[in-house]
Design a protein around this ligand. Structure first.
Ligand SMILES: NC(=O)c1ccc[n+]([C@@H]2O[C@H](COP(=O)([O-])OP(=O)(O)OC[C@H]3O[C@@H](n4cnc5c(N)ncnc54)[C@H](O)[C@@H]3O)[C@@H](O)[C@H]2O)c1
Ligand SMILES: [Zn+2]
Length: 677
């Protein structure tokens, strides 16, 4: 019996030791805090039942980890301790009862309630108001000398304010990374393929404990003071009665103090304060993992004193954990309305931040590779605030032998079309734009829009009804709609149905650029559609064009060319195009003349002001057909500016740069001359 308990204790201590090493020394924990806390509690309970088995080196008897040798060492003349935890109101009441009994006190305590900032503790020493040294907590007795690094934190004053400051003042507080800075730093690292930090605490610790302070200087670190360490204060400047009052003094001396700190009277008020901060947790600019509730009276604090590793006069009342351990059951691939394929992790349900989480996004294939994740893995899930749950890392040591690789689909899970991933893009997409049910509503809305097939009366609401009722499964089905189908729809009177059918019939007479644009190929806007039509002069030629041929078209770069080839390579799309043509969609042949005669070839033109004869888009399209590149801004390279009514700054700029200015009429004359009407 005892034998097995000894073994169990050994195992727990060893495990906690290893996790602490990763957490404190490497700043790279492999376990969520909640899992560490759970094992720690287990150890505490076992030790409480068998006090004879407690060893001096047990994690329950020690603080943090010894300083590492790459830094100089700093001995703390007043040790830097940890805090005992409470995980529910009952545990807080037990704390308050304990202290009342110890002090034999009947009156309510004044409590100072402070957000428990999630960063790392540092001690900063000021001598005659000047910052002379800064150290980490280390094992509580000896910390690491990080003076140069702390000096790079802008919020930390190098000199205290005012001339009345204690001769020696050690300020203790937390260095942390505000959420905005954390997110920005990780986004940048991710886009540059660099290591990202699992959470703001690791980011703060990893950023501060750098041999090169220049690296710390670039990191968005912040500091809040929450205690005083050693002092030499012969003139009695520092308050001797209230912890809260001391914090206010630190503030006056120029040290940042968390604005959420409250002095309250009694346990109930402390619990209310806890609740209040918990409700506002997500709205705070930095991460906190609980509220530290401290007996405010310094005489009482002194009387209560310390046990092994924590003061008796304070307790950290923890919030529900934002990171939990769970397992990855499966990965599903969802197809978005624009064809983007997103891997979604199906998780063993777990409560994170007070909410049950059973799914998390895995973003894309790069993210899957970055995490090195497999189905069956133990994973750390993080849900902070209203942010969608994320998988932050895999616990490799717990990988089961049955874990299997995640296979990214090569075929769309909705429509079976090929999945494409264009060079340089992280997102993989279904290439069956005209056929894929997941993309149908968006593709139909685009197909019928004004600059595409221009079907009047076919608004978004109606498109949704047609798709939902499965009357339209591809754009080609629009041309099969009849009276019987339409009058069955909501708010569709016979008269409007007739009008709609007429508009559909009318849309069959179109132009090649419009038709190409209507296909909704990614990145193929009106201008590109026009370039393609002009260059190839027929749909067949566009459909059959190779990547190299496409790259010779003005306006078409690698990304557009890749989208075009994968779209036309997809047989599903070809089928729908054939159905559309069969339904009677047609356009006038593009005259060879339009292709060759391009008086504006190689020229950049700018349109400005209000045109009276046509819309800006229309004019732009015609100028493009004549070879022009139409730009939005005037420079010395602009060939001419076409000025409509009320032209403003662009016209002024043209005059200033001696760029020729044409009237709308001059432009119309050119259109007539070349027959672009
Ligand atoms: N994930 C892991 O593998 C792993 C490993 C080791 C430790 N841990 C985590 O670390 C905790 C133990 O670390 P700890 O000893 O630093 O204890 P702690 O973080 O629970 O509490 C003490 C610390 O709280 C901080 N703090 C923040 N705001 C404060 C305030 N207003 N007043 C006073 N202190 C404040 C200080 O840095 C202080 O040192 C565990 O509960 C666990 O969650 C995790
Ligand atoms: Zn699809």
């Amino acid at each position: 019996m005892t034998q097995s308990i000894v073994l169990q204790l050994q195992q727990l201590r060893q495990q906690l030791e290893e996790y602490s090493y990763q957490y404190y020394v490497l700043d790279n924990p492999s376990m969520p805090d909640a899992e560490y806390d759970r094992l720690y509690r287990q150890l505490q309970q076992l030790e409480a039942a068998h006090p004879e088995l407690i060893t001096a080196d047990s994690p329950t008897q020690r603080v943090g980890a010894a300083p590492i040798s790459k830094f100089g060492q700093v001995a703390h003349s007043i040790s830097m301790l940890s805090l005992d935890n409470a995980f529910d109101a009952g545990e807080f009441h037990a704390f308050s009862k304990r202290i009342a009994e110890r002090l034999d006190a009947s009156a309510e305590f004044s409590f100072c309630c402070e957000p428990k900032l999630d960063g790392l503790a540092v001690s900063i020493r000021y001598e005659n108001g000047l910052l002379v040294q800064a150290a980490t907590r280390g094992d509580g007795y000896t910390g690491e000398d990080i003076t140069s690094n702390v000096k790079t934190i802008r919020a930390v004053p190098l000199k205290l304010k005012g001339d009345k400051v204690p001769a020696v003042l050690e300020v203790r507080g937390e260095v942390f990374m505000p959420l905005a800075g954390f997110t920005a730093m990780n986004d940048k690292a991710r886009s540059e393929g660099e290591k990202i930090f699992a959470n703001p605490r690791n980011a703060a610790a990893g950023s501060l404990r750098q041999l090169d302070p220049k690296i710390s200087a670039q990191r968005p670190l912040m500091f809040y003071a929450y205690a005083v360490g050693a002092v030499d204060d012969v003139s009695g400047l520092l308050d001797n009665h209230s912890h809260h009052q001391r914090l206010m003094q630190l503030k006056d001396w120029g040290l940042p103090v968390c604005p959420e700190i409250r002095l309250v009277s009694g346990g109930e008020a402390a619990l209310e304060c806890y609740q209040d901060i918990l409700t506002r947790r997500a709205a705070l600019a930095y991460e906190i993992d609980g509220v530290v509730i401290k007996v405010d009276n310094l005489t009482q604090q002194q009387a209560l004193g310390f046990v092994a590793r924590a003061p008796r006069w304070a307790i950290a009342f923890k919030f529900p954990a934002q990171e939990m351990l769970t397992s990855l059951l499966d990965v599903e691939f969802q197809v978005g309305r624009t064809g983007a394929i997103t891997p979604v992790a199906r998780l063993e349900p777990v409560v994170v931040g007070g909410v049950t989480v059973s799914n998390a996004t895995l973003h894309n294939q790069d993210e899957i590779e970055r995490l090195g994740i497999k189905i069956g893995d133990s994973v750390i899930v993080r849900r902070a605030g209203d942010v969608i749950p994320q998988i932050v890392s895999v616990v490799l040591e717990q990988r089961p032998s049955t874990a299997v690789d995640i296979l990214f689909p090569t075929q769309c899970p909705v429509c079976d079309s090929a999945v494409e991933r264009v060079t340089g893009e992280a997102i993989a997409r279904c290439s069956g734009g005209l056929f894929c049910a997941a993309q149908l509503k968006e593709s139909i809305k685009h197909f019928v829009s004004r600059k595409a097939m221009d079907i009047d009366g076919l608004g978004d609401k109606l498109v949704e009804q047609l798709v939902d009722q499965q009357l339209v499964k591809t754009p080609a089905d629009i041309y099969q709609l009849d009276m019987a189908a339409l009058v069955g729809l909501e708010r569709m009177a016979e008269k409007s149905a007739l009008k709609l059918l007429a508009a559909i019939a009318q849309s069959k007479t179109t132009s090649l650029p419009r038709f190409i644009y209507a296909l909704g190929i990614r990145e193929v806007g009106e201008a590109t559609a026009l370039s393609l039509a002009n260059h190839f002069a027929s749909l067949e030629q566009v459909q059959q064009a190779s990547l190299e041929q496409l790259l010779t078209v003005p306006d078409v770069g690698t990304v557009v060319a890749e989208h075009l080839t994968s779209f036309f390579n997809e047989a599903h799309n070809q089928t729908v195009i054939a159905q559309l043509i069969a339904a009677g969609i047609h356009w006038p042949a593009i005259e060879q003349q339009a292709v060759t005669e391009q008086p504006f070839a190689g020229q950049t033109l700018v349109l400005t002001g209000t045109l009276t004869s046509m819309g800006r888009d229309d004019a732009k399209a015609r100028l493009q057909r004549l070879g022009a590149k139409v730009s939005g801004s005037v420079s010395a390279k602009t060939h001419a500016v076409i000025a409509g009514d009320n032209a403003g700054s662009k016209l002024a700029k043209a005059t200033e740069l001696n760029v020729p200015v044409w009237t709308e009429q001059q432009m119309l004359d050119v259109f007539t001359q070349y027959g672009v009407t």
